[in-house]
Design a protein around this ligand. Structure first.
Ligand code: NAP
Length: 305
């Protein structure tokens, strides 16, 4: 039985592991991929204090090493459910069940699907949600990026190192992304913008994407844009399927917590991107993680009183 089981080894989960283990608690971190979460799909980080510029995987490795300094264990596992038995929480994975006195959910989010014809068919064959993973396959090709937020702009700029041209297609005529990212993108000669357009279909041959059908949101006009690849960045969906029966999520699937990162179930906490929050950043996940790491210590101490 662990004092705390942390689900997810992104920046938030690894920070909780550091804080809880440094308080003397036994800690298990369960992760189904490489430690780092979204950091592993991030080329450069320039808004995490202490580092002017650091690659996502380098920061992930530093956080991983740091998280194990005080004895936290990391295991591979795909969590399918959490059972709340009061003083004991069971974390059920595909092939193993772990028991903990408390649980911190740090499972993060995934890039939202756009749900148009061709998206699923061409996933991995021209349709992608990860520029860092797939960008290099598109040397000297024309790429289309869908979205107007930080991810679309940042990843669109990243893709210009490979692509001959990157067309960013946005459904409005104003970007949602941070001003500093907008300014850089507007100056980038390889980037073009198409405003007031939504994608309605992705087409291609048996092998790969060849074009995308766009509809003008003002006139309703439809046009075919030739494209060798389509990168979709239209927001995030929480990874909360495994807690759907616990009643801790809101209507959109994000987990609701109080300022202590506590959910409405005693002993179950949530942090980082998976939480209903106003900002999803590495720094905010780390802040959440430190609060929850300390709070599980306070909670377990209060049970001993
Ligand atoms: P986001 O901020 O939610 O932006 C999603 C974009 O996609 C918006 O521009 C939205 O348009 C558009 N969109 C949504 N649904 C659409 C649809 N069905 N069809 C076409 N377009 C659609 O998502 P994100 O860019 O993935 O960012 C997620 C979070 O991570 C944000 O909090 C962001 O600040 C953070 N992030 C931060 C950094 C950084 O700090 N460097 C980098 C990446 C991400 P509208 O604008 O019209 O709503």
């Amino acid at each position: 039985m662990y004092d705390v089981i942390i689900i997810g080894a992104g920046p938030g989960g690894m920070t909780s592991a550091l804080y809880a283990s440094r308080s003397g608690l036994s800690v298990l971190v369960i992760e189904r991929g490489a430690p780092g979460g979204q950091l592993m799909n991030t080329d450069e980080v320039e808004n995490y204090p202490g580092f002017n510029l650091i690659s996502g995987p380098d920061l992930a490795l530093k956080m991983y090493e740091n998280s194990t300094n005080f004895g936290a264990e990391h295991v591979y596992g795909n969590v399918v459910s959490i059972e709340d038995h009061g003083a004991i929480k069971k974390v059920v994975c595909d092939d193993e069940t772990y028991e903990g006195k408390t649980v911190i959910i740090a499972s993060g989010s995934e890039h939202r699907k756009i749900n148009i014809p061709g998206e699923e068919k061409y996933a991995g064959r021209g349709v992608s949600y990860c520029a860092v993973c797939d960008g290099a396959f598109f040397r000297d090709r024309h790429l289309v990026v869908i979205g107007g937020g930080d991810s679309a702009i940042e990843e669109g700029m990243y893709l210009t190192q490979f692509a001959s041209k990157v067309t960013i297609v946005h459904r409005r005529d104003e970007l949602r992304a941070q001003k500093i990212l907008q300014d850089r993108a507007f100056k980038n000669e390889k980037i073009e913008f198409m405003w007031n357009k939504v994608p309605i279909e992705i087409n291609g041959n048996d092998m790969s994407v060849q074009s995308i059908k766009l509809e003008d949101t003002k006139t309703g006009e439809v046009e075919d844009l030739l494209a060798d690849g389509v990168f979709i960045y239209i927001g995030l969906d929480p990874l909360t399927n495994f807690v759907k029966d616990l009643g801790i999520t809101n209507a959109h699937g994000w987990i609701e917590t109080d300022n202590h990162m506590a959910t409405n179930i005693p002993g179950i906490y949530a942090i980082g991107d998976v939480r209903e929050t106003v900002l999803r950043q590495i720094a905010t996940a780390v802040g959440d993680g430190s609060i929850a790491g300390q709070e599980v210590y306070n909670y377990l101490s209060s049970l001993d009183d």
